[in-house]
Design a protein around this ligand. Structure first.
Ligand SMILES: *[C@@H]1O[C@H](CO)[C@@H](O)[C@H](O)[C@H]1NC(C)=O
Ligand SMILES: *[C@@H]1O[C@H](CO)[C@@H](O)[C@H](O)[C@H]1NC(C)=O
Length: 188
C-alpha cells in the first residue's frame, strides 16, 4: 500500500512538472525545454539545486551535437560512441583536452517535441540518473541535432568556471584515453 501510494505520488508529481514547466511561454526551443524539465525534476523530485547553465558545458554539448552524425533508432544498440574530434572540441570549449569532472549524456531522440518521453530518456537510464542525482554536478549545457540530444553536466571546478580562459586553441593531441572518467552511453 505504501509503495502504491509512493508510485501514484511520483506519477502525479512527474506530470505536474510538465504542467508547471509548460505554464510559461514555450519558445519552441527543445534544448531550453529539456534543461528546464531536468531542473524541475531535480528540484521537485530530488530536492537538489537546479543546474546552472554553464557556458563551457553548453559550448561542448553544441560542438558534440554538431559533429554527431551517427544514425540512431530504436533497434540499433551502441554502447559507446567514439568522437574523433572530442579532444579538439574539449580544448576549444574549456582550454584543456582532458577532464574528469564532466559527464556526457547523449540520447537518440528524433521526436524532441515529446518532452515527457525525452525527460524519461534521462531519468529512466540508470547511468544518467546517477549523474543527475549527484549533487556535485552543478552546471549543464545542452546541444542537439536532428537525431540527438546531448547534455553535458559539469562539476563546479575551475575548468568550467567562466573566469578560466579558453583561448580557442585547437590541439593536435591524439584522442587517446580522452574518454576516461566520462560516461558515454547511447540511450535507445
Ligand atoms: C526516448 O524518447 C523517445 C522520443 O524522443 C521515445 O520514443 C522513447 O520511448 C524514449 N525512451 C525512453 C527509454 O524513455
Ligand atoms: C561554485 O563554487 C563557488 C565557490 O567555490 C561558489 O561561490 C559558487 O556559488 C558555486 N557555484 C555553483 C553553481 O554551485
Amino acid at each position: 500500500m505504501a509503495s502504491l501510494r509512493f508510485n501514484i505520488y511520483h506519477y502525479v508529481l512527474f506530470h505536474a512538472i510538465f504542467l508547471l514547466s509548460s505554464a510559461g511561454l514555450s519558445c519552441g526551443d527543445e534544448k531550453q525545454d529539456l534543461l528546464k524539465n531536468l531542473n524541475a525534476y531535480r528540484t521537485l523530485f530530488l530536492d537538489l539545486p537546479a543546474f546552472t547553465k554553464n557556458k563551457k558545458a553548453n559550448c561542448l554539448a553544441n560542438e558534440i551535437a554538431d559533429r554527431l552524425d551517427q544514425p540512431c533508432d530504436q533497434t540499433t544498440r551502441v554502447d559507446q560512441i567514439k568522437l574523433d574530434s572530442y579532444a579538439d572540441q574539449l580544448m576549444d570549449c574549456t582550454g584543456t583536452n582532458h577532464v574528469t569532472d564532466a559527464v556526457l549524456m547523449p540520447v537518440c531522440a528524433a521526436d524532441k517535441a515529446d518532452e515527457v518521453a525525452l525527460l524519461h530518456n534521462y531519468t529512466r537510464r540508470n547511468q544518467y540518473k546517477k549523474s543527475i542525482k549527484d549533487s556535485s554536478y552543478t552546471g549543464a549545457g545542452v546541444g542537439s541535432n536532428d537525431n540527438w540530444m546531448v547534455v553535458v553536466l559539469n562539476k563546479n571546478t575551475s575548468t568550467w568556471s567562466s573566469s578560466a580562459g579558453t583561448n580557442g586553441l585547437v590541439s593536435g593531441a591524439g584522442a587517446v584515453s580522452l574518454f576516461l572518467g566520462i560516461l558515454f552511453y547511447l540511450v535507445l
